[in-house]
Design a protein. Structure first.
Length: 215
């Protein structure tokens, strides 16, 4: 899955990156990020069967792309913007009508397995790179996940790439927007808060990017 995410995103983003930064930049970015990706892949621990396994599969790609961007002279704002656009290209590999169905199905599965995740957490069975959470069932359509430890932060800290945050945190809004599911958050670990207080709705709406007062 990690290699699939890396290569599909690079393929989907190629034209966009060339248009914004030129062919020579893309050539260097492709070579540098590939070097970083395979170096990171060898050192990326397996967190096992976690409800966050799919999220975690993005970690080596995020860090590889970020390190390559910085080495090529992009500033933090430019790196955040490019990472956002690459995520969007990857997400929209799936046709929008199918995204709507996938979004609801994913959240149903996430909701169903959240309690099991907490049980493993309480038994001390989670990998140190896994996410720690609290779960609150609100109604048939809505539930809340409070994240107290983020695997992306743990991974980024290990490999000296904390700069991927909080830029990638906003991708949660992008996913909610295109999948037509509800999402809202006012606290984010990537911004230095004590948690990510994520409110999800199986059917709802979401702004493409965080609105004022959200993170």
């Amino acid at each position: 899955m990690k290699k699939f995410i890396y290569y599909l995103t690079m393929l989907r983003s190629r034209r966009m990156i060339k248009a914004e930064y030129g062919k020579e930049f893309y050539k260097k970015f492709k070579a540098l990020s590939k070097q970083w990706f395979y170096k990171l892949l060898k050192q990326t621990p397996d967190i096992g069967k976690s409800i966050f396994s799919f999220n975690y599969a993005y970690a080596p790609s995020y860090v590889a792309w970020y390190k390559a961007m910085i080495e090529l002279g992009l500033n933090q704002s430019q790196a955040d913007d490019l990472m956002w656009k690459m995520n969007e290209k990857m997400l929209l590999s799936v046709p929008k009508p199918l995204l709507h169905m996938v979004g609801r199905s994913y959240l149903k599965g996430f909701r169903k397995n959240a309690k099991r995740h907490i049980e493993r957490q309480e038994r001390g069975e989670l990998h140190p790179f896994d996410w720690e959470i609290e779960y609150e069932d609100i109604n048939d359509n809505t539930f809340k996940i409070t994240i107290t430890r983020c695997g992306f932060i743990t991974y980024a800290d290990k490999f000296g790439a904390r700069g991927i945050l909080p830029g990638i945190c906003a991708v949660d809004y992008m996913i909610g927007y295109y999948m037509k599911t509800g999402f809202h958050r006012t606290k984010t670990l990537g911004y230095g808060d004590d948690c990510c207080n994520c409110l999800y709705a199986l059917r709802g709406s979401c702004s493409l990017k965080p609105e004022k007062g959200q993170k």
